[in-house]
Design a protein around this ligand. Structure first.
Ligand code: NAP
Length: 290
């Protein structure tokens, strides 16, 4: 029940009206019995500084930050964690004891969650796409000790910026999607991660919903784990094809929930909520939409 003592957490971005964070976070807050609610706070770019600064002065305990403000909020924080600095992206803020914003990024931990008990030393991973999510994924793959990381993208410019950012610190290469090497690389990979939005749309035929088209996947081997960051539809066309080939598959709900658990833990100085509490709430919300 919301009372005069209830405080809140919020998601700042533009747009935020399709976010699933209120569903998973409110389920967790209720489970933990905290007198806090989680709401979305749509915010225009020109209002960002005044909104985030004003929230320091009222009963707001913390924030999630999403597109397009993950870089912009750096100037509003007094403390930024090493991982957020490294990724040049912030997704979580909390008020510290001086009532200033401390910031971190929980995407890397969120991505690692379903993979954390596996041994990937001497293994090869492929990342599809070279946008914002690819950056967190590559950092996570480095932490998981992959000996070889290949990023495949259609975008020569963002690919080369990404590879230069991570270059020389790890065995990482960038390859364009129409390169002749692609079939061999796909066959060799132990883990493939889709960070492109291809598959999100439920329109079009199955082939159009596969990143880089059907031929790109012809050499996919059953030994490969296929991880799609997309969480709706579930499964995606890529995960359906991968399952048919005998691959182990992981969908985007795992990362979505795990990064949410880490944000909540940051806001509450270490409280943990079971994965299933948030995941079940998420799946129930999908079922209700059908
Ligand atoms: P982004 O910054 O826009 O990057 C998307 C990347 O995919 C870019 O390299 C883009 O290339 C490429 N791409 C777009 N359309 C393509 C197409 N038709 N064929 C081939 N490549 C294409 O987006 P993002 O923030 O990284 O997010 C990407 C996806 O990950 C979204 O679907 C998002 O919902 C999902 N995601 C999920 C989670 C989770 O918790 N599960 C977390 C983060 C992101 P161009 O630059 O050439 O367009």
């Amino acid at each position: 029940m919301i009372t005069s003592k209830t405080s809140f957490l919020g998601l700042i971005g533009n747009p935020v009206n399709h976010s699933l964070s209120p569903i998973i976070q409110n389920a967790a807050l209720q489970y933990l019995g905290l007198d806090i609610i989680y709401i979305t706070i749509p915010c225009k770019s020109e209002d960002l500084f005044s909104v985030v600064n004003s929230l320091k002065k009222i009963n707001c305990k913390g924030l999630n930050i999403t597109i397009p403000y993950k870089e912009k909020v750096f100037d509003l924080c007094t403390n930024v964690s090493p991982i957020a600095n490294k990724l040049k992206a912030i997704n979580t803020l909390k008020l510290n004891s001086d009532r200033e914003w401390s910031a971190t990024n929980t995407d890397v931990d969120g991505f690692i969650y379903p993979l954390k008990f596996l041994d990937f030393s001497k293994k090869h991973s492929i990342v599809l796409g070279s946008g914002g999510a690819a950056r967190s994924v590559i950092e996570a793959l480095k932490n998981l000790n992959f000996s070889k990381i290949t990023v495949i993208s259609r975008n020569k410019k963002s690919l080369s910026v990404l590879i230069n950012n991570f270059g020389n610190t790890h065995s990482i290469q960038g390859v364009l999607n129409n390169d002749d090497k692609v079939n061999n690389l796909i066959e060799d990979a132990n883990l493939i991660i889709n960070t492109t939005p291809v598959g999100m749309k439920t329109l079009g035929n199955e082939e159009e919903r596969l990143p880089f088209g059907k031929n790109f996947w012809q050499s996919l081997s059953p030994k490969t784990i296929v991880y799609d960051l997309i969480y709706n539809p579930r499964p995606t066309a890529l995960l359906k094809l991968s399952e048919k080939k005998g691959c182990l598959t992981i969908d985007g709900t795992q990362m979505l929930v795990a990064q949410g658990i880490k944000s909540l833990s940051f806001w509450t100085d270490g409280l943990e909520v079971p994965f299933e509490i948030m995941h079940n709430a998420l799946i129930k919300s999908f079922d209700q939409k059908i």
